[in-house]
Design a binder for this molecule. Structure first.
Ligand SMILES: [Zn+2]
Length: 462
């Protein structure tokens, strides 16, 4: 942690009134550029000419987040990268991709990150440094904000529409490097008409921060640049993010705090009467993009089919649709609270790992709201991070339900309401149900019955 004057507790950090920025590298152990870039940035701040970056902010650096993956050094673990170090670590940590664990928290790394860093220090801006093996675009680095889904839109919108374009321009002006939106395209449709990003789900840590009303940036250096260029691009990005956040510290804090207040106010004024998305699709931003890409040249193969060969020339393709946003395809009513039986103590503990307050009923109480009748559990056909994810099929049914003293009550009138909603909605495309949390319970019920009741009740009336 870098602070001037130094701080040693979250309370001191809060009292300083400064912005808190968290920068992590190496969540994927083989993607070593962020680690190197972070260490350079630390040296430049402590011993170089970047001391001013501590005027309005406190910076938490974690150069190696996935220490197990980082230490699993092997030959040629990043074979498609130009002039990579001979030895690099592995993507996963003891069998888990740490950047898919943001909701279910299977790993000690995510548990510790949430407990010791996200909840204790509450960073306003979370930066996650990667290197992609994907598309041969013509940029030195591509980025994405925390994608807005069920969260408050303003931290995400500010990151995407104000902060990142300003950083992109300063990088161009100062270093003549081209940075732009993250995404891929199919070169067989040359010239490409669409750039498409990765995914909105909050299992990715940067997206998870959006549900907490905080800003986040995903950074991907370009695998096919030489190693020193990748490190340089990542270092330039870290420096320019920090220049921006230092210059706009109070603005960033205010946007996040206003989002906190808006989330609470909306619950208090309107819970039970409005909906939020639980499933999403990728959509294009209004503004198209002029895409820099290595040029692909078509030729006819011996069998008469059209193939493409990549040239070394970088060209600009005008007016490419930029699929870097998401829209809800299914929505659900946002409740006053969620209630569940005392037998689900594991669920209360899981919510606690996210920093969500769970209380117990002092006496028997009846609630008006909705239960969800599960008719079937559709299992995904592939394994993701050691799970075969579940999609619950069924219907909400209005009704009243009594709960006993000792049963669990999760109030929504707090700043984590959108995270609670995404975790507990039965049809959420990245909630706890999707991560198999309720499978054992629901499957046991479905053995003897045509339907089963999702064990979390939605309270819609105060
Ligand atoms: Zn990565």
């Amino acid at each position: 942690m870098l602070a001037n004057p130094p701080v040693s507790t979250p309370e001191q950090a809060r009292q300083s009134g400064k912005l808190l920025v968290y920068i992590q590298g190496n969540i994927h152990g083989g993607e070593v550029e962020g680690k190197e870039a972070s260490l350079i940035a630390i040296r430049e701040i402590l011993h170089g000419d970047k001391r001013h970056l501590l005027e309005n902010q406190i910076i938490l650096f974690l150069p190696v987040y996935n220490s197990d993956g980082n230490d699993q050094m092997s030959d040629n673990s990043r074979p498609s990268q130009e002039m990579s170090p001979q030895l690099a670590g592995q993507r996963s940590a003891h069998g888990y991709d740490l950047n898919r664990d943001g909701m279910i928290i299977d790993t000690i790394e995510t548990e510790a990150l949430y407990k010791n860093l996200v909840q204790r220090w509450d960073p306003d801006l979370f930066v996650d440094l990667h290197t992609t093996n994907g598309t041969w675009h013509g940029y030195s680095l591509t980025y994405a904000p925390s994608y807005h889904t069920a969260g408050d839109a303003s931290p995400s919108d500010y990151t995407a529409e104000v902060m990142l374009p300003a950083i992109r321009q300063s990088v161009k002006d100062k270093f003549n490097l081209d940075f732009n939106w993250y995404g891929g395209f199919d070169y067989r449709d040359w010239p490409p008409t669409q750039l498409r990003t990765y995914h909105h789900a909050p299992r990715y840590l940067t997206n998870n921060m959006g549900l907490r009303n905080r800003m986040a940036i995903l950074s991907e250096t370009f695998a096919h640049d030489r190693f020193y260029k990748r490190v340089h691009a990542a270092n330039v990005f870290v420096n320019e993010i920090l220049e921006y956040s230092n210059a706009h510290a109070s603005e960033i804090r205010d946007i996040n705090r206003q989002a906190d207040e808006r989330v609470v106010r909306q619950i208090e004024e309107d819970a039970g009467n409005f909906q939020n998305g639980v499933q999403f699709e990728m959509v294009a931003l209004e503004e198209p993009l002029d895409l820099l890409s290595y040029k692909y040249i078509p030729y006819t193969d011996e069998d008469g089919s059209t193939q493409f060969v990549r040239s070394s020339e970088i060209v600009e393709i005008k007016g490419v649709q930029n699929f870097n946003a998401f829209a809800a395809t299914k929505s659900s009513t946002v409740p006053v609270a969620y209630v569940f039986s005392a037998q689900f103590s594991g669920l209360a503990a899981k919510l606690g790992q996210h920093g969500i307050a769970v209380s117990t009923l002092q006496q028997e109480q009846e609630f008006a709201g909705e239960s969800f009748r599960v008719d079937a559990i559709a299992k995904q056909g592939f394994v993701q991070n050691n799970h075969r994810n579940s999609l619950l099929e069924g219907e909400f049914e209005a009704g009243r339900q009594s709960f006993a003293a000792g049963d669990y009550y999760v109030a929504m009138n707090n700043r984590l309401a959108n995270l609670i909603f995404y975790l507990l909605e039965p049809e959420a495309d990245d909630g706890l149900a999707y991560w198999n949390f309720f499978d054992d319970y629901l499957e046991a019920e479905l053995v003897n019955s045509a339907s089963s009741e999702y064990p979390v009740f939605k309270v819609l009336e105060r």
